[in-house]
Design a protein around this ligand. Structure first.
Ligand code: C5P
Length: 400
């Protein structure tokens, strides 16, 4: 499947750079915007100029770059207002911890922060910082405030950092930021639709401290939730235990067991147009789970298991079912098993992946099976794959 989303050619973006090693990625990001025909105006803080020169950004965008409140190139001396007036979006990439703190408190002591405060267009930020800075309570407080203020937060990503440490804080790649901007600026293909999504693993207790679960991280389901919100849907996410933050704009319902997930989903099927079952649901639960910690005995131990309800099949067999999408995580014979699952569960669309190449990873690749045949979504970060899946669902429903 091709269908890469693009920032439309007539879009006007103000790209703000703050101080961070990731500033070099902003050059590639600007190039991508310009290649797609977008109009990109760059504003840089003094710290950003220590990492990359305005001349580079000017050459890539073909437009003058602004760094100073008192720039005489703006006729009436109102740079802090004029530069964002005709823009569809202000995007700060990279957004340093310091700049996020300024935004959260409404400080305006340089051109870029003043522009943000004086804007009338949407604002998005792509944080970039060391993992410890990202994890600090102050930064997390600022991020929560920015979310509450309606600012879109793109990332950060997980992985190796310039300082050699590992963890959250890496700026998203230019392709990911570009796609997120495209989604933000495109009128939502799912606008007005209500989407119910399951995500993550389920956990089946054996006793009060032990249980049966699986390797699902929840990342794919959370990415689908984010993509659906970005496409304009109102989204409810019924999730098993994960360590992931709730995507902005999503209503989250926490569950633990498959039977709890079943109850939470069945109670909401009346209020949904599309149901996407991404969760890795346990097939069995423990009969007679103990409400105390089981003590070690001398011999072996037998645990009796009973089947869990099939949530997806139950939703699909309702009298008036929502549009149902299933996932199939297989370790072998993916094609055959996925097609059989589609027939058995009677769902119009199954998204299949290889469990060993999907579980716990940052990226994924999917093969979609529907009445029209097979469609490949190439390996990419899960959020990119999720956006393509959402586009496919929208096209099956005649929404794009
Ligand atoms: O049968 P299998 O577990 O492989 O089916 C996978 C699909 O069915 C996924 O979409 C999963 O979320 C859903 N499922 C479910 N309830 C179950 C088992 C699977 O909704 N008990």
């Amino acid at each position: 499947m091709t269908g890469t989303s693009n920032v439309r050619s007539n879009r006007r973006v103000l790209l703000g750079l703050t101080g961070g090693v990731a500033a070099y990625k902003a050059a590639e990001l600007a190039r991508r915007f310009v290649k797609g025909g977008a109009d990109v105006r760059v504003v840089m803080t003094r710290a950003a100029c220590g990492f990359i020169t305005p001349a580079t950004m000017q050459a890539l965008t073909g437009q003058p770059v602004f760094t100073d409140m008192w720039d005489t190139r703006i006729a009436d001396g109102m740079a802090h207002i004029e530069l964002s007036r005709d823009r569809d979006l202000i995007l700060i990439a990279p957004a340093s911890a310091d700049f996020l703190a300024k935004l959260a408190t409404g400080l305006a002591d340089d051109l870029l922060s003043t522009l943000c405060l004086a804007r009338s267009c949407p604002l998005a930020v792509a944080p970039a910082m060391n993992v410890e800075m990202w994890n600090q309570a102050a930064t997390q407080r600022n991020i929560a405030q920015l979310r509450a203020d309606g600012i879109s937060i793109f990332g950060p990503g997980d992985g190796e950092q310039a300082c050699g440490e590992m963890g959250l804080g890496r700026m998203l790649e230019p392709a990911e930021i570009h796609d997120a901007v495209a989604a933000l600026l495109t009128p939502g293909t799912l606008s007005g639709k209500r989407v119910l999504i399951t995500a993550g693993p389920t956990y089946e207790p054996i006793d009060t401290v032990r249980g049966i679960t699986n390797q699902s991280s929840g990342r794919m389901g959370y990415a689908v939730a984010q993509a659906a919100v970005d496409a304009g849907a109102s989204v409810t996410l019924v999730t098993g235990r994960t360590s992931l933050p709730t995507p902005a704009g999503v209503v989250r319902v926490d569950v633990v067991t498959a039977r709890e997930m079943h109850t939470a989903v069945m109670a909401r099927t009346n209020e949904c147009d599309i149901f996407i079952a991404v969760a890795a649901v346990a097939d069995y639960h423990v009969v007679d789970a103990r409400n105390h910690k089981i003590k070690r005995g001398d011999g072996g131990m037998t645990v009796e298991l009973a089947p869990n309800p099939d949530i997806l099949a139950d939703v699909a067999s309702l009298e008036r079912p929502p549009f149902c999408v299933g996932f199939a995580a297989e370790t072998e014979n993916m094609r055959a098993y996925a097609q059989e699952k589609r027939r058995k569960k009677r769902v119009p669309l199954i998204a299949a992946n290889l469990a060993q190449e999907a579980f716990g990873r940052e990226d994924n690749a999917l093969t979609l099976f529907d009445d029209a045949g097979e469609h490949e979504i190439a390996r990419a970060p899960k959020i990119v794959v999720a956006r393509r899946l959402v586009e496919h669902i929208a096209s099956m429903l005649g929404l794009r």
